[in-house]
Design a protein around this ligand. Structure first.
Ligand code: ATP
Ligand code: MG
Length: 650
């Protein structure tokens, strides 16, 4: 059986980099040549250029025991030193590292000197609690500066952090504490979200109560000032503990393969896996991609990545990449629509943000609101836009570029995963001609291939499975505590290649288009259709804000396309006849793509089931479309959503 995915979408728009942008671009086309000529030499050069090593490495890659890679493994470095002290030593101590904006409107600028001082104290605080190199520390915090400080403090002493998204339940937290055997938890009394204080500490108490692992200490940041229950001898206020310890802490070098963090994947497809990342290779690729993909000019840019630190994007592109590069960035605690729908644009105007990195789900929710909200603010400081998390539909890409970006600035769509640690596929701004909807090209030094189900590379144009053919510096080093599952999940299918689980297509220019997860690919009368392409077609209709497509079993066609569509706010009032509206959308898809892709049903809904990181959980919609009981919803942002959708669909 071949997994050729039938190519449906016809997207021919192209955008050349402007000469002005190209003239100042950080990335250089020679990077591709250098990496092609000597891949390992290229990464070794990046590691030496971008990072400071306390003991220089002499070996680049040890791949003698695949799939367990070691990068730069006879070298030593301190990750926190690379993100902090060295910038201060270079005279940049007064540069703002974080412009923190709390949801209630409190704000705080933290310089590199201040952040370094804070991390030194936090490192001493952890040491005082008995945390040693290699120990695991769970972090369960809102998006406040202390989250960044806590992560870096762990890195500084060689402890392994496991950040758990602050919106997760006590059960999820407990499972993650137990899986990693974390003996210390860093949390807060609470945080602010959607205009109110939400408690965190009670969730931690519950999780610890239920956990098998004995949690020795809980460090509690005072954020909301709400009352909290207190366990004497175990709970310690963050501020007290930091005040009680020494201000000085000298960073010691650790082996390049020292574990840096465990992060559980977002759980779009099933059971979260504890993905393990280590130090030298991870930081190299995070810093390299952050600099070149986002065209970072640290002396003048203000960068904002809207991801929560609970996700990999928050790890690599809020904490490690930007800070290793000495960037100035915005850190925002709350939701995009609090206290008003223009909050993000207000923040961009306030801090003169020049680089914005966000997810298609956010862009589509702004499309739903309409452009007036954006136009209420001056966002002309923006000069580069990035997208991550899901395929970005061409219409959403165009809207992003025009309405947010003013029509002429680059949009980079970046493909990567928790497992890859850093960006793997993306245009390089100033070099690559941009194509809306395509993630485009492998990063220099990364080897991507599209293969059929037998692992045979698909030559030239065509669709199949996305694989990575060579080890890369920021690759996962395993699944925590489960080497077998690591091999099975990613390596068993093709033996010598990493299987990403995503479908992809290469076009006639060699550019890569992500087609969605392989599990979601539909088979209609023998044609393999991608969710991403049909969704993009639906989003291209002027009425549609967002769409999710699944394949539901069908007696005649094997599978049938079933679509769930959210209409734009401006249209929702005018569309009174939902039957006529869904007929119109079905016709539209048939016209754009072909009769084979015409959805059997189009349901007009108000919500779609999404993970906490904003990804659509299609498997739940498939359950609904096939009339099954709805599967595991624990990683949904809002667990009541499926109930609402079920009722709308009836
Ligand atoms: P789980 O693996 O637990 O099911 P998850 O895959 O959603 O969860 P992440 O590692 O956060 O967890 O997401 C990586 C996935 O997100 C990729 O495999 C891909 O499906 C999707 N993705 C990320 N960026 C892009 C992009 N730019 N274009 C298309 N898809 C993307
Ligand atoms: Mg995944």
């Amino acid at each position: 059986m071949t997994v050729q995915i039938d190519h449906a979408l016809e997207e021919i728009r192209r955008f050349r980099p402007s000469p002005e942008f190209a003239a100042q671009a950080v990335a250089d086309a020679r990077l591709y040549e250098e990496a092609a000529a000597d891949r390992l030499g290229f990464w070794a050069e990046q590691a030496r250029d971008l990072l400071t090593w306390s003991t220089p490495f002499t070996q680049t890659l040890d791949w003698s025991n695949p799939p367990f890679a070691k990068w730069f493994h006879d070298g030593e470095l301190n990750v926190a030193y690379n993100c902090l002290d060295r910038h201060v030593e270079a005279g940049l101590g007064d540069r703002v590292a974080l412009h923190f904006e709390g949801e209630p409107g409190d704000s705080r600028a933290i310089t590199y000197a201040e952040l370094t001082a804070e991390v030194k104290r936090a490192a001493n605080a952890l040491l005082a609690l008995g945390v040693a190199a290699g120990d695991r520390v769970a972090i369960y915090l809102p998006m406040i500066p202390e989250a960044v400080v806590a992560m870096l403090a762990c890195a500084r002493i060689g402890a392994v952090h496991s950040v758990v998204f602050g919106g997760f339940s006590s059960k999820s937290l407990q499972a993650r504490i137990d899986d990693a055997q974390a003996e210390v938890v860093i949390t807060a009394d609470g945080g602010y979200r959607k205009g109110r204080a939400f408690p965190l500490k009670p969730t931690v108490d519950e999780a610890i109560e239920a956990a098998e692992t004995t949690v020795r200490s809980v460090l509690v940041v005072n954020r909301t000032g709400e009352d909290v229950a207190w366990t004497e001898g175990r709970d310690v206020w963050w501020a007290d503990q930091l005040a009680a310890v020494d201000a000085e802490h000298e960073a010691q070098g650790f082996n390049a393969e020292q574990p840096l963090f465990i992060l559980y994947t977002s759980g779009t497809t099933g059971n979260p896996k504890g993905i393990l990342h280590t130090s030298g290779g991870y930081l190299t690729q995070a810093a390299f991609t952050h600099k070149n993909v986002f065209d970072l000019h640290p002396e003048r840019d203000v960068y904002w990545c809207t991801a929560d630190v609970g996700w990999i994007t928050g790890h690599s592109y809020v904490v490690y990449g930007p800070l290793a590069n000495g960037a100035t960035q915005v850190l925002y605690e709350g939701t995009p629509d609090t206290p008003h729908p223009g909050r993000w644009w207000e923040i961009i105007e306030k801090y003169q943000v020049s680089i914005l990195y966000t997810a298609p789900t956010a862009i589509r929710s702004f499309m739903k609101q309409g452009r007036d909200v954006v136009h209420g603010f001056n966002v002309r400081s923006l000069r580069l836009l990035g997208s991550v998390g899901e395929p970005i539909n061409p219409e959403a890409w165009i809207w992003y570029r025009h309405v947010i970006g003013g029509g002429s600035i680059p949009v980079v769509d970046t493909w990567w995963q928790t497992e890859t640690g850093a960006i793997m596929i993306s245009a390089l701004p100033g070099i690559t001609d941009l194509k809306p909807g395509s993630a485009q090209v492998a990063i220099p030094g990364i080897s991507i291939d599209i293969v059929d189900d037998d692992g045979t590379p698909i030559e030239g144009e065509g669709g199949g499975l996305l694989t990575i053919t060579e080890p890369w510096p920021s690759m996962l080093r395993g699944i925590w505590g489960d080497p077998e599952r690591f091999k099975e999940t990613y390596w068993e299918k093709f033996g010598d290649r990493y299987f990403a689980g995503d479908g992809a297509r290469r076009d006639e220019d060699g550019d890569i288009w992500l087609l969605g997860r392989v599990d979601d690919v539909m088979n209609v009368s023998g044609h393999r259709l991608s969710t991403a392409e049909i969704e993009s077609s639906l989003v291209a209709h002027p009425w549609t804000a967002e769409a999710a497509v699944v394949g539901a079993s069908d007696e005649t066609t094997g599978q049938a396309v079933v679509a769930f569509v959210i209409l734009k706010t401006s249209q929702a009032d005018q569309v009174t006849d939902v039957v006529a509206a869904s007929d119109e959308l079905r016709r539209h898809v048939a016209l754009q793509i072909g009769a084979i892709a015409r959805p059997r049903q189009v349901f007009i809904v108000n919500e779609l089931p999404k993970t906490r990181s904003g990804k659509i959980m299609r498997r739940l919609l498939r359950d609904l479309a096939e009339g099954r009981e709805i599967g595991d919803t624990t990683t949904l942002a809002d667990t009541s959503i499926m109930q609402i959708i079920s009722e709308q669909v009836k």
